[in-house]
Design a protein around this ligand. Structure first.
Ligand code: ATP
Ligand code: MG
Length: 422
């Protein structure tokens, strides 16, 4: 039989890594709470149409990266490649956009059939943040400040902010014509992907990851020269807000996002510590998307952080493993039931006590070995004598002190004194 293995590009997150994940998730959750964002939990599978309609047929995601399959009823379903589409679907379905504002976040796995490499998996995790019903730019600024606070709290100080404005749909139309004629004049320098995009979605050529295209893209006309007054005003106010908050940024007129639904503000946080996969967080405004899906006109903006890439940058201090406090060693026939009762009593009395009860019998010697290896500070020994005397023997595993006998009624006090005071 062939060896069973995880699917290429999909990784197990093992026990030595989960403490860092929990630390990162907790820090981000706390920060989101400070700004009044509420969690929403969304399905991992949605109808394929939801993504093709919102992300856009000519994007990399929809044209070649989606995990799409037919279910048993022959419906076309897709593992979500991102979270915004599902969030918009939920808001329309449950009517929480209409005449309301919402600040929401979600987290979880996303799926894209890309070439696996450093910083790029086929199952990866995002924490996404969305705000609905705000025309901005105050909320645009808030979102960027929220990101900056998360980086500070995580001790990440080497990410840089890039911003751009994609303007309104009208201003993009004009720019599109200019761009088509520019790239048509350089048709022979375009790669295959860009030739397709030239026909279908020329702005997306700017998002090409092909280094051979870099110079050509660099010399292309700038979208910022085509912004209408409204977009200009919005973008200037965003920049003023960032200046006021002391957030450094770079205007990158070639910054477009890999999804079609964006307009006006777009931004990315980028590091040079992760090689080619340097974007750790990206987002922008998508004022037209809700209406496009049949909802009422609702301005919106959001961003998503790539959790795996962030974890690469995080200083690891906060993520220690949670070692047990106590390892309970059992000896003799009676001790299993009595030990179970004791462990439950202790957990009941102090909810932050971490107790491992030895399971699987074995000699005292082997139990002591396991107790030591567990990292626990104390071993509690419950044998026939202890049961008769209504006591427990306590051995200090990390201190050179004689073992002592403690009355069963006083164990919690004793443990608390040992572990939680000076
Ligand atoms: P990239 O340019 O790196 O392909 P993207 O534009 O496709 O990114 P978004 O759809 O904006 O990315 O997703 C937001 C964030 O999610 C990215 O900035 C990145 O940190 C992370 N991300 C996206 N795709 C992957 C992936 N395949 N593996 C790991 N992280 C990813
Ligand atoms: Mg991508």
């Amino acid at each position: 039989m062939a060896k069973l293995q995880a699917i290429r590009g999909m990784h197990d997150i093992l026990m030595d890594e989960t403490p860092r994940w929990q630390y990162l998730e907790k820090t981000i959750r706390q920060t989101l709470n400070q700004y009044g964002y509420q969690e929403i939990r969304l399905p991992i599978v949605e109808s394929t149409e939801l993504f093709s309609r919102s992300i856009g047929d000519n994007t990399d995601i929809v044209s070649k990266e989606m995990y799409t399959f037919k279910d048993r009823n022959d419906a076309s379903l897709t593992l979500r490649p991102e979270g915004t589409a599902g969030c918009v679907r939920a808001g329309i379905e449950h009517g929480f956009f209409h005449n309301q504002t919402q600040r929401l976040w979600y987290s979880g796995p996303m799926f894209r059939h890309e070439r696996p490499q450093k910083g790029r998996q086929r199952q990866f995790h995002q924490i996404g943040v969305e705000a609905f019903g705000f025309t901005g730019p105050d909320i645009d600024i808030e979102m960027i400040l929220l990101c900056a606070r998360i980086w500070r709290r995580l001790g990440i100080n080497d990410v840089a902010l890039e911003i751009n404005s994609l303007g309104t749909a009208e201003s993009r139309k004009q720019y599109r014509d200019t761009l088509v004629s520019y790239f048509s004049d350089h048709r022979q320098e375009l790669d295959k992907d860009s030739l397709t995009r030239l026909e279908q979605n020329p702005l997306r050529i700017l998002d090409s990851k092909n280094p051979d295209m870099k110079d050509l893209i660099g010399a292309a006309p700038s979208l910022l020269d085509y912004l209408d007054d409204e977009s200009h005003e919005h973008f200037n106010a965003l920049k003023r807000g960032l200046d006021n908050a002391g957030i450094p940024y770079q205007v990158n007129p070639k910054l477009v996002r890999g999804l079609d639904y964006y307009g006006k503000t777009v931004f990315e946080w980028i590091t040079d510590r992760l090689g080619a996969q340097g974007t750790v967080c990206a987002g922008g405004r998508y004022d037209g998307l809700i209406e496009q899906h049949g909802g009422s006109v609702t301005p919106a903006i959001g961003f998503a952080m790539g959790v795996e890439r962030l974890l690469e940058l995080v200083k690891l201090d906060g993520g220690e493993q949670q070692l047990p406090h106590v390892y309970l060693i059992l000896s003799g026939e009676q001790s299993t039931l009595s030990g179970q009762t004791l462990a439950e009593e202790l957990r009941e009395k102090n909810a932050s006590l971490r107790i491992i009860m030895h399971c699987g019998a074995g000699s005292l010697k082997s139990q002591f070995k396991k107790a030591d290896k567990s990292g626990a500070k104390l071993a509690l020994i419950l044998g026939e004598d202890e049961i008769t005397n209504d006591s427990v023997t306590i051995k200090f595993l990390r201190q050179n002190e004689p073992q002592i006998s403690v009355n069963r009624a006083e164990i919690v006090d004793f443990i608390e004194k040992q572990l939680f005071t000076g």
